[in-house]
Design a protein around this ligand. Sequence first.
Ligand code: GLN
Length: 489
Amino acid sequence: MTGLHKLTLAETQRKFTAGEVTAHDIVQSYALRINQVEPKVKAYVTQTVSSAIEQADALDEKLKGWRRTMPLMGMPVAIKDNICTEHVLTTCSSRMLGNFTPPYDATVIARLRGQGYLLLGKTNLDEFAMGSSTENSAFGPSRNPWNVSHVPGGSSGGSAAAVAADECVAALGSDTGGSIRQPAALCGVVGLKPTYGRVSRFGLVAFASSLDQIGPITKDVTDAAIMLNVIAGHDPLDATSANLPVPDYTRAFKKKDLKKLKVGVPKEFFAEGLDPEVEQAVQAAIEELKSLGGTIKEISLPTTDYAVAIYYLIATAEASSNLARFDGVKYGLRAKQSKDLLDMYMKTRQEGFGPEVKRRIMLGTYALSAGYYDAYYGKAQAAREMTKKDFDEAFNEVDLIVTPVTPTPAFKLGEKSEDPLQMYLSDIFTISVNLAGLPAISIPCGFSKAGLPIGLQLIGRPFEEETILRAAHAYEQATAWHAKKPNIR
Ligand code: GLN
């Protein structure tokens, strides 16, 4: 059977469970697709296709005469390369970890493995997840499948590009300030950042620990719910993971309209700098939510203007501390020919980290240094509390908040790489969600005239992933954006 790579996870699963296709058929279809388009897309840092085929064969053998029940069984998935996979390279797209093979699985991987998923490979990212375009990868950028001269977004650009180009059935990414939602929007796929604490961070290489969260990037909203069902839940190995029951997220789809749902539109998100084509698509989507029964209400999130400044103090401060462990002693790169221990530390870090990572470490170290701590880090923490309060107040009035995901559609490779501030501003609509620890989803809501995808962001109350999934699903059912595919071969 050919063309299996075009199906969603739910569709593939149905065929597999019905015994219409084998795990081998499924992986084989993705293997061919990867061969065909990967030279243009460059989504993967490491491919594990041949071991996925071996595992698929073993699974097919084992399944003879056995009921297939697990949702991810036999499903070929791609994993962002900052999530640890036992015995498989995990580089964070950094020279520092170019040779690093973890001796253990991240909790999310252990859960996928427990279901019998198949790992197709590890996907490209901005080095240590710092960036918005994958151009900060030490191994070169990934490309946007809708137009390969444009970026796929970042930092989970490899995962988003792989899903958009049908190079995997679904993927995992990580989101510290928008890294799941922004690339999902720019590649025309679905990206879900769960509530902080909903999904275990154990085995995710830390960037900014109080903001990082793992989540799915998928072909549609149903698939996002299926993936979240598997990865969500308490983990004793992550002290910040929440000990709360996990609902069956696919049940959120039982309600097919938005009746009784109050939808907030924050006026600060529709200001200067928002591309008119993006604005138009998002306004049309808001109208659609209204015709589905939602009540639309203008709200205000006054601290929106400060989000980028708050984020770049907190994220860099935490990054400078988290990245101190890469010193050439314990794992990863070690510089050769150093005079003494200090020289070895310095040479290793000089050779191992790229320019953006060094910039962040310097910014963060400065913000944390004695004498500046209160003025920068302390102030940012206080302002972060105000951001949370903004959202708390908004959620007294509305059940979910709708905004654009990005100010513009995908930009060209090289267009912003010389100007870090411009690059930082591409996350202006996603960052405050991380500061407040909220769940948010990005779904396709249109295209620019040039044929590049545009995303819609739905933000929910803490641990109310069901509400945003339900609204996203209702919107998806009423529109056809998600069914469009890039014309890449
Ligand atoms: N682009 C943002 C940054 O560079 C967010 C990255 C992320 O979410 N990992 O920090």
